[in-house]
Design a protein around this ligand. Structure first.
Ligand code: 13P
Length: 250
């Protein structure tokens, strides 16, 4: 749907600052395409050093999370203005690992979305069903409630910078990938929901990335689906060779 594909890497809790800078450097020097938007999301400590090391490259840098207050007595948190000043163009919101291990909800996803937009950072809202929910025929219901909860109160005009990531929980880090048809169908559902809740412009301009065991071998098939605007890669983004392989396949 989108003219330009995005390939994003979520480095999760991996890499020291030094290792992150080295990985970013390998990706930047091996990058042979300018028709794909490439984003890497290092851990917070490495974000600014990685952004500085990539300043002469087209590779974008994003956060993996942010807090919804801009500043104040919130020990241990990182804010939108801090991320923006450190060089983040994007930020992941409500990744399933945040939902599972850190109790994040639709309400906190909405607060984080507001904070990202306020700071001028493009939010990538992550949604997806568990294996049990898929087997119970609840995939669309889950996607709808995650989207409607996180986007409650927003108006179409506020969402020009929004991206979505469909990350079925059962496909994350498991080696199980959604089939091309499953991914396309979920994305089509999400786009139709955006159109009914907002309008056609939001539906058509919102990039929807697929995430869950994306590798060089399956990336081309997934990205070729009409509703898939890119991929959000975990494990395979930790090696420059496999991440560049995915970018080449896009
Ligand atoms: P894997 O690619 O390791 O399955 O992780 C996907 C993911 O969670 C990206 O955010």
């Amino acid at each position: 749907m989108s003219a330009k594909i995005m390939v994003a890497g979520n480095w999760k809790l991996h890499n020291t600052v030094e290792e992150a800078i080295a990985l970013a450097g390998e990706i930047a020097s091996g990058l042979m395409r300018d028709d794909v938007d490439v984003l890497v999301c290092p851990g917070f400590l490495a974000l600014e050093p990685v952004a500085l090391s990539l300043s002469s490259s087209s590779v974008l840098v994003g956060g993996q999370n942010l807090y919804w207050q801009d500043s104040g007595a919130y020990t241990g948190e990182v804010s939108g203005p801090q991320l923006k000043a450190a060089g983040a163009s994007h930020v992941l919101i409500a990744h399933s690992e945040r939902r599972l291990y850190f109790g994040e909800s639709e309400k906190t996803a909405r607060l984080r979305l507001e904070a990202a937009l306020r700071a001028g950072i493009k939010p990538i809202l992550c949604v997806g069903e568990t294996q049990e929910e898929r087997e119970g025929g609840q995939t669309e219901g889950v996607l709808q409630s995650q989207l409607s909860g996180a986007l409650a109160g927003f108006e179409a005009g506020q969402l020009g910078d929004l991206l979505l990531a469909y990350e079925p929980v059962w496909a994350i880090g498991t080696g199980l990938t959604a089939t091309e048809e499953q991914a396309n169908q979920a994305h089509a559902f999400m786009r139709a929901w955006l159109e009914s809740r907002f309008d056609k412009t939001v539906a058509n301009s919102t990039r929807i990335l697929y995430g869950g065991s994306v590798k060089p071998a399956n990336a081309a098939g997934l990205i070729s689906q009409p509703e898939v605007d890119g991929v959000l890669v975990g494990g395979a983004s930790l090696s420059a060779q496999s991440f560049l392989g995915i970018i080449q396949a896009a």
